[in-house]
Every structure is written in structure tokens, then in C-alpha cells.
Ligand binder design. Sequence first.
Ligand SMILES: [Zn+2]
Length: 228
Amino acid sequence: MASAVHGPRLVLLGRQGAGKGTQAAKLVVHLGVQHLSTGAILRQEVAAGTELGLHVQELMEAGDLVPDEIVLEVVAHQLADPDVQRRGFLLDGFPRTQRQAAALLQLLGSSGLDAAINLEVPAAVVRRRLLSRRVCSRCDTPTTARHREHTVYCQICGGTAVRRPDDTPDAIERRLATYEEQTGPLLGFFRDKRLLVDVDSLGSPDEVFDRLMRELQPILWGTGEAVS
Ligand SMILES: [Zn+2]
């Protein structure tokens, strides 16, 4: 089913607040891949009030992660999409654990994965970014609030940018701790398979993207004549 993906096949890793949303948007424009954000997909289910959405909402409100089986089902469904198979994909928010990573590679079969990109940022920087993070209530585009009470509008659609309900300081600390626990084995798994691409994610979005593309170019287009 997901064995015939023709475009780039990428996973985007990094703590929440490491600038994943910004880099994902740039990668989508630059590579023409389909952005598969499991967080956004699950939030759509919550907003639509589906059976899956109601279950996911309970878990999110408790600060818990959504179980593997549910996320895997959602991802498998997305990967089977003809548009995804034609254009390639950027998976964002999945996998979170080594077990999920193994399941993903199994799902992809012979087409495999090109790279798992790891955006690296110190925890203190991430904490500060998360507290000022807002997301468009209409189109899900991420943005940053300069002041806590400042109203922020989306640069894409003009919608109001809001703090996510699960972005309280307590929930942020819990997610950072959970990420630390799970990320070691996950990064090790991809490193062992020579799929991990570490990218220093400090600096402007353009600087980080340039670094990222320098790493990806030989992987996606070979070491010969670079295509940009
Ligand atoms: Zn918007």
C-alpha cells in the first residue's frame, strides 16, 4: 500500500518548539512534499467531534500521548493517499518512540525512508519559544507572540492566532520530560540505520533551512551536480 512512494520520504524530529512548524512549511514549498502532521490531523478529528476525536481529546486534556495503534492507523491511512505516493511526504509528530519508528519502516516496506531530520535546540530555548507560541485558529499556521497578552493575527489568512489548549506551562514541562525519555532510543534507532540527519536549529529560520538543505541535497539528489 505505502510501497510506491515516489517523492522524498522524510521524517521531521525535534522537541516541540524547535522550529519544526516553520521548517516543515519551508520544506513543503521547496520539495513539493505532502506535510503529514499527526498533531494537526488529530486536532481536526477533535474539532470534527468524531469518535476518534473525542477519545483523543480526553487524552490530550490529561496531558497524555495518543496510543501507538491510533496514530499508526492514522499514518497508514495518510501514506496510502495517491497524492502522498506521488509527491512524497514529510512526517511531523510521528514517530515519537523507537517502537513507532520500527512500525513506520515496516509500513513503508521497500520504498523505505530517505532521512529522519533532527532539529537540535537546547531545552531552555525551547521552553521560552513554547510559552510564546501561537497557532492560527483557522489554518494552523504557527506564529510567535512578542508579549503574553498581545493579540496576534495569522500572516497567511488573517485569522486570530491563539495559544493551543495543551500549551499551559505544566503541560509544556510534562511534554519536554516525556520527549527526553523517548527521544534517546528513537534517535539511536535512526542513527543505527544511517537515516539520522542532525541539524543545528539555533539561528534564523532561513539559516536553519540552508543548513538543512545542505544536508539533504546529497541524500535526495546524490553527491554529483546539486539541484536547487
Ligand atoms: Zn491562518
